[in-house]
Structures are given as structure tokens and as C-alpha cells.
Design a protein around this ligand. Sequence first.
Ligand SMILES: [Zn+2]
Length: 270
Amino acid sequence: MKRMLVAVFTALMLLITGCQSSTEQGATKTTRKQLLLVPADAINQQSAQAYRQTLVKANRMHRLDTTSPDAQRVLTIAQRLANQVSVFRPDATQWKWEVNTIKSDEVNAFCMPGGKIAVFTGIIRKLNLTDDELAAVIGHEISHALREHSREKVSQQLLQQGAITIVGVATGSQIHQGMAALISQYLFALPYSRTMETESDIMGLELMARAGFNPEAAPNVWRKMAKLQQGRTPPQFLSTHPSDQTRIANLEKALPTVKPLYEAAIKNAG
Ligand SMILES: [Zn+2]
């Protein structure tokens, strides 16, 4: 009986506190409720620290690119995209956004929780990305951060392990040191689920359209990725971002919804 009561209480607390959507739905209507048990602060602090370490390391190796035309493109495009985030979450306009380009053959790009963006020159060069295509990549990564997918996957993992309880979080228990270590262990190690990938694809598509980038470029990025995938050493980005027909088809299905946003953005700019 007692066990049952605990289970019912847990389920109730999950409904009350754990499940929420990190974002507003936008025109493309992402509404999935998420399990966000770990405090956002804990995730953001560790992400900021990891980002700093990445930059220090890149700088030490003279790989921080602040001057090249590609670095300029990354900065301009990321800023235009970040200017649109209030549609999905007004609080993100207050984030301490950072944008950096790293000289590396690696085909990679990410946006850590809290808006810490890094683009590797390898992804630009090996895919020969146009501005619109680069906007699709960065918009996708920004969407992972807006949706707090990292916080969600860490929450899921810790709950599964019994390292965190919904009741504990609901009653406001603090993150202790052991928990912080667990968070850092999982923060960047766990891949995003396919559901998360789809959400970021669609939200990214809307972001780029609102920022005045042609959304038709997004499916094209994944076509280029698929071509690259056929090579001998598939790029790291593809281990977490499989490019397949479903992904491309989902993006194309969403195009009619975001096209008017793109056209309006172009009209306003012109
Ligand atoms: Zn992704």
C-alpha cells in the first residue's frame, strides 16, 4: 500500500514539476512535454565551463579563427538566428550567447546549453556550405539549446539510475557534488534521441526562415551530409546526426509552413 502511494505521489509530482515544455510552440508547433528534473543552472554552469575549456585549447593550438571570411559568416549568421529566438523562448534573449569558429578538419558544430556556439571550419569546407545551409546547421544546433535537450537527456539518465528522484527535486533538494559529477559525466556523452533531432530540425527550420534564410537549404544540407557519409571515414557529426530520407522528408513537409515566414522576413529586410 505504502509503495503504491509513493508511486502515485511520484507520478503526480512528475506531472506537476517534471514535465514541461522548454519552449513556446512557434508556427511549426513543437509541444512535447519534457522531463526536466536537473536544475537548468547546473547544466548551464557546466556547459559554460566546458565551452571555456574548448576555447582555451583551440587558442593554445592557434585554431581559434576570429578573422577569416568564414568566421565572419558564422558570426553574422548566428547573430541573425539568435535575434529570432524570442518566438520560442523570450528568456533566451537574455542568455550570454557566444559564437566561435574553430579551424579544424572535423565536420562538426554545436550549441551548448545557454547559447555557446562553436562551428568547425571542416563542416563549412567539406560540405561547401552556402550562407543558407550554414544557417540551417547553426539553427538546428541553437534549437537543441532552446529545447534544453541536454538537460532532458541528463534528467532521464539520472532518473533511470536512481541517482535523482522526482520527489527530491520537487521538494527543492540542492544539487550536491556527487550529482554535479554525474551531470558532467553525461552532459556531452549521451547522444540526442531521434525525437530531439526531429524537433531541432523543425525548430531550426523556423528560426532560419524568420531570420531571412531560405529554408529550402535545410534538406540540402542533409543531402550533402549523406554524400559525405558514403566516404571511408564518416564525419563525427553524423554519428549523432544520421542523415536519412525520413529526416529530409520531415523537413520538406514543414517547408510550406515556414516559407511565408521567410518571405515576410525578406520583404521586411528589403
Ligand atoms: Zn542535432
